[in-house]
Design a protein around this ligand. Structure first.
Ligand code: ATP
Ligand code: MG
Length: 634
């Protein structure tokens, strides 16, 4: 049952005003081997330690504790439309598989505190490996499968794993992507070498094995079929994993997460944000390589005793109804995705969304980037269930802004991801003066007063200095966590994210959020997707340049057509935001450069538009998109 709106205000206040009492209550949502002796130690800001002295285990809480009560219930539903396979693991089966994996990792020398890098496609063994690490107190570092060898190499070097778990190949749109050559190359590039590589052979690609180093999962599993590996109780503050941010704004940061705080934060979010109960089914369309995959494919749903869907495949293959066929078949109750994926669906016939019985579905949560009004309205109209925006970061591990009673919301305010979530003491700060903005509708940097709530990053892996300097020192004269996003809060407490702080452009003294301009342009019926960046201009300081993907390529064929659409778009911005926000140019392209997690690489767009080097592009999805942009501006 969702809590009523008014009660949520009190719930929120208590989380801030009676912080320790609040989080002591939430801590009861998980099992502890030893109860914590202190809820929060913030004696050394900005380093927060949650549940000091508590001993627990993430895998115990996600798997073992459910076995007696719901051993036969589905826990993991692994579906691949790439290899046409489906396999449901009950909690009892998952428990066995995780122990086998844990025993194999131990046989390869992995002990508590060792790092294990997981470079895997979306297959069940990837979840087994994550949970097995948690079981034995090893720290996992999942790297998005299919990342280029240079990106992988820098993560191998940074995390220094004892063992790497990988697979012969992933598959995307029916095309096999062999992983082993990328992995071998990455290991060759990295100064740190793993002791062992554990390979899952899916039979998709040949994977030459290096004797002495490489091991076959199936063969080792055979030797540990009856393995009983007890959970290693670890300190609450023991790191559970390292995960790198998306790299949208520069070199990815290695987010280090604790154990107890994370378990409590996720268990609490399943209850108070998702209103999930044991036996429900959660389908997150993300990838285990991203934070959403960690929190809401693997750990969150399992902590709550739900079944979780792990899906390898595209949203539009074999057709644009595939997600909804999964919802129908497995009676999915909770779904989590990203606006970028919805925009992919939007290009297809909405009839696909009506073909299946999706009456089990309670709501769809979307996160990762601004949810523009046209996308939100489209999916909301097509599905007829609540669409719930939520805003957070790899760093925080769980939502900062959303509507905790979103399932019951009467009138969604599209464009706002909602209000401050319990635990987050959010402040809006004037970037220049560092002063706090307390009036409604003032624009400022979204910042969080320390300590960050449980589940947020402890530090940057092996780089406390970077943690402090990057996140806590950007606002003059005060130690406060910056999200580097820019936003406003209205009189009712709803926030609006206007873009990243480095996306703010300054046109002849007017400060504009690129997001606002994008929102206006994407409202034009002829535009499928758009990114706006500020480009240096000798006269105005900066001007806005829009890169737009037309809905129909033919609509911009020929100079006359192109100029007409450009003119229409400019007129729309004039009418909605004023001429000052009008982009100097609207350039039409067939695709925008994005990170592998689907985010527009605005900094690369801006650099190219200014004729500069686009910088670190290791996380780019499709380099040709950037070449096209180069050709356009050049
Ligand atoms: P990096 O930090 O390496 O530059 P990144 O910030 O893209 O990469 P993530 O942690 O994946 O890495 O993304 C978090 C960011 O995504 C937020 O700071 C915000 O800019 C954006 N974001 C996430 N959810 C939303 C949302 N619902 N609305 C608006 N923006 C969002
Ligand atoms: Mg970021």
């Amino acid at each position: 049952m969702a809590i009523a709106q008014t009660d949520f205000a009190a719930f929120y206040r208590r989380s801030i005003d009676e912080r320790d009492a609040f989080w002591a209550e939430q801590a009861r949502l998980i099992d502890w081997q030893t109860e914590p002796r202190q809820i929060c130690d913030y004696s050394r800001p900005p380093f927060a330690q949650w549940y000091v002295g508590g001993m627990t285990n993430l895998c115990h809480n996600a798997v073992d504790r459910h076995v007696s009560e719901r051993g036969g219930q589905p826990a993991l539903i692994a579906i691949s439309t790439e290899t046409d396979s489906e396999r449901v693991y009950s909690y009892a089966e998952l428990h066995r598989e995780v122990q086998r994996m844990a025993a194999v990792l131990q046989s390869l020398g992995v002990q508590q505190g060792d790092r294990v890098l997981i470079y895997m496609p979306m297959i069940a063994e990837a979840a087994f490996a994550m949970l097995a690490c948690a079981r034995i107190g090893a720290i996992h570092s999942v790297v998005f499968g299919g990342f280029a060898s240079s990106s992988l190499a820098s993560r191998i070097e940074d995390a220094a794993p004892k063992v790497i778990v990988s697979a012969d190949a992933g598959s995307r749109s029916g095309k096999v992507v062999p992983y082993k050559p990328l992995l071998d190359e990455a290991i060759a590039l990295s100064p740190h070498k793993p002791q062992a590589v554990l390979m899952v052979d899916r039979g998709l690609a040949s994977a030459p094995m290096e004797s002495g180093r490489d091991h076959d999962w199936a063969a080792l599993r055979e030797q540990h079929m009856d393995a009983q590996v007890p959970c290693v109780w670890v300190e609450s503050t023991h790191p559970s994993y390292i995960l790198y941010t998306s790299g949208t704004t520069g070199k990815p940061k290695g987010v280090q997460r604790d154990t107890g705080g994370y378990a409590v934060a996720l268990a609490a979010s399943m209850k108070h944000i998702f209103h999930a109960k044991a036996g429900d089914t959660y389908f997150s369309t993300s990838d285990i390589g991203w934070v959403v995959g960690h929190s809401y494919i693997v750990y969150g749903p399992l902590l709550a005793g739900m079944a979780t869907v792990m899906y390898e495949g595209l949203p539009v293959r074999p057709d644009a109804g595939v997600w909804w066929s999964i919802v129908e078949k497995y009676k999915v109750t909770h779904m989590f995705s990203a606006p970028t994926a919805v925009r992919v669906l939007k290009k297809h016939d909405p009839e696909y969304l009506r073909k299946y019985d999706i009456s089990s579905l309670q709501a769809l949560w979307l996160a990762g980037e601004p949810l523009d009004e046209p996308t939100a309205s489209w999916i909301s109209g097509a599905l007829d269930i609540p669409i719930i925006d939520n805003y957070w970061q790899t760093e925080t591990g769980w939502p900062i802004l959303t509507l905790c009673n979103g399932v019951e919301q009467q009138a969604p305010r599209f464009g706002s991801p909602g209000k401050a979530v319990y635990g987050y003491d959010i402040r809006l700060i004037d970037e220049v003066s560092g002063a706090e903005l307390t009036e409604p509708n003032q624009k400022g940097v979204v910042a969080i007063e320390g300590p960050l709530p449980p589940g947020c990053l402890q530090t940057v892996w092996r780089d406390d200095e970077r943690f402090v300097n990057t996140y806590w020192k950007s606002i003059p004269g005060r130690l406060i966590y910056s999200t580097f996003d820019w936003g406003i809060r209205d009189a009712d407490g709803y926030y609006f994210i206007l873009g990243r702080t480095d996306d703010v452009i300054n046109v002849a003294g007017h400060r504009l959020g690129t997001r606002e301009i994008e929102e206006s342009i994407s409202g034009h019926a002829g535009i499928a997707e758009v990114a706006v960046v500020g480009v240096a201009d000798s006269l105005k300081g900066q001007v806005a340049i829009a890169f737009a993907v037309p809905r129909d390529a033919a609509s911009v064929e020929g100079d006359a057509a192109r100029l007409r659409l450009e003119g229409e778009v400019m007129k729309q911005v004039d009418a909605q935001l004023g001429a000052v926000a009008r982009p100097a140019r609207v350039l039409f392209v067939s695709a925008l450069p994005k990170t592998r997690s689907g985010k527009v690489l605005r900094r690369a767009l801006q650099a190219v538009a200014e004729g500069r080097d686009p910088g670190d592009l290791t996380t780019i999805e499709d380099p040709t998109a950037l070449q096209q942009i180069k050709a356009q501006v050049g």
